[in-house]
Design a protein around this ligand. Sequence first.
Ligand code: PEP
Ligand code: MN
Length: 374
Amino acid sequence: MIIILSPNVSKKNAEFKQLMDYLEKLPNIQTRVHEIQGAQQHLTEIYLLGETAKLSKEDIEEFAGVEKIVRISQEYRVLGRHEDDDRASSFTYNGVRFGQDNLNVFAGLCAVDNAKNVEQMLKILKENNQQCTRMGAYKPRTNPYSFQGHGKSCLPYVFELAGKYDIKVVAMEITHENHIKEITEALAQTGNPTGVMLQIGTRNTQNFELLKSAGKQDRFPVLLKRGFGITLEESLNAAEYLASEGNSNVIFALRGMKTNMGDPHRNIVDFAHVPVVKRLTRMPVCIDPSHSVGSRAQTPDGLLDVMHVTAQGVIAGANMVLVDFHPNPKEALVDGPQALLMKELPYFLEDVQIAHDAYKKRVQLATAFHAKNG
Ligand code: PEP
Ligand code: MN
């Protein structure tokens, strides 16, 4: 059960204290308080855990300061969608809105290699009115002898350059809780010129201690990749770990699944699950066409497979696209073969827009249909 308090009623108010006194006396019930700072207002939610089935919704509704009560199913308590649940499915970070009803593109380097390539990437993003990017500093690699990323040494120039080109959010994978501290320190050292979205990769989807660390802080939103060899339910529960620790600014990313069926793609593209995740949870959904497809394979119609699958995800309502680009893919230290080229950025963005416009038209069509047919 979730008790949603009226906007701006918080832990400090007498109404809150009165209600908590009552709740704490209930047998076999534990409480957890979540505070959500929105752009306009402060929301406080009280989660009741334990034997909630016998509680009377009406009794609790009578308390001053209670706006609404939502009975939750067992699944994904914080991030899930429940009956009569109209909690927000969006959040704003560093001036950029992330929601189940909009779309942000994060084009950038899979791995930071040098400042020159970072600058070239960020410059072209700015020229194309982009405010987000991806930049990998900590790379989880299959082979221990492969390049592992420059780690914290590259953070100052990545953040300074992001600030120089007005990039508001940099998606950056972390593989250890120390990386959160290193990112925080590098941002402070450079005067907080940009924002960071912590990315938890497919190899760490069920690294529960890492999830708890990223969930305990609420400065940075988290992009959680679906585990490539586990069920969707397991991956959504992993997302819930972040929220259960207090951070519900979470975006869920589909990035293809491992199968033993091999080619043609690096992973089987799972973007048919975009609407499924939106139906089950309130998280914005990201697609990663680069790590799904894994190459620059092209069809006879002249379109790259990466662009085909991007369009498939976007036309199904994806809210974020995480995509690898590189100024000189032959020089890239990680995943060069799947990178798109600088000259392809405006073309890629226009192709994404076509698919996004088609999605919006489909929503209009569905709305008109339901208005007429109930
Ligand atoms: C990445 O985005 O750089 C990455 C390693 O992705 P994944 O965790 O999906 O393999
Ligand atoms: Mn990669």
